[in-house]
Design a protein around this ligand. Structure first.
Ligand code: PRP
Ligand code: MG
Length: 212
């Protein structure tokens, strides 16, 4: 029998909660440490541990059938990929922030400013919608340090507890979107694996109901 192939974040905030929801669905995964691929003993499922930012492309290419991923990553890199289920965990915002000392009036203040971010498409869409043109600097991590080292006037990144902003003397001034973990589906999923997806969705819905 064919197995459904699911991508999960390799390490980071989503990893633990993603494995937990599968476990709560009664799906046990044999996890060898440092293994990038694992199988379930009691459900026809294979897990691929991947980098967040790579997952939309794997879905598009049909290398994996489904994925647990932050909606924010799909909005940035995969708005052509459909969502089967919102999962209710890893809630966060994607926001614009400026140094605490800056007096902020409105989104127009970003006109001509340098913004450091890992979410260039999201920022560009947001600012385009407001008629604002800024200068985007793409960084892959530790974005919040950029204003302190003179690399940017502002940043756009994920805000969860707000602690990273606080520690870097930044304040959130615009919330661009709210995000949570979702179950995303490859446009190339086969009919056989679609029925496995239906079974998995049924279990996930029961788990989410019980968590309420
Ligand atoms: C993420 C994100 C923010 C921070 C938000 O960074 O990029 O910086 O978490 O969380 P908080 O509001 O609870 O502080 P992460 O720690 O994953 O590191 P990275 O940006 O270097 O990848
Ligand atoms: Mg960060």
């Amino acid at each position: 029998m064919k197995k459904i192939r699911i991508a999960i974040q390799k390490s980071g905030r989503l990893n633990v909660d993603s494995l937990q929801i599968l476990k709560d669905c009664g799906i046990s995964i044999d996890n060898g440490k440092d293994q990038l691929k694992a199988s379930s003993r009691n459900f026809p499922l294979e897990v691929f541990y991947l980098r967040n930012g790579d997952i939309p492309q794997y879905l598009r290419d049909g290398v994996v059938d489904i994925a647990i991923i932050g909606e924010n990553v799909l909005i940035e890199k995969g708005n052509d990929i459909s969502i089967a289920e919102k999962l209710g965990f890893s809630k966060c915002k994607v926001s614009l922030a400026v140094p605490k000392s800056v007096k902020y009036n409105s989104v127009q203040d970003f006109e001509g400013k340098r913004i450091a971010t890992s979410y260039p498409n999201t920022v560009k869409n947001y600012l385009d919608g407001k008629g604002v043109k800024a200068d985007l600097h793409i960084i892959n991590g530790s974005v919040e340090i950029a204003p302190n080292i003179g690399l940017a006037d502002a940043i756009c990144d994920i805000v969860s507890s707000g602690s990273t902003l606080f520690k870097n003397n930044l304040k959130e001034v615009e919330v661009m979107l709210h995000s949570e973990a979702v179950l995303a589906v490859s446009p190339q999923i086969s009919p056989e694996r679609t029925s496995l997806l239906e079974e998995l969705k049924f279990r996930i819905q029961s788990v989410l109901k019980a968590r309420q």
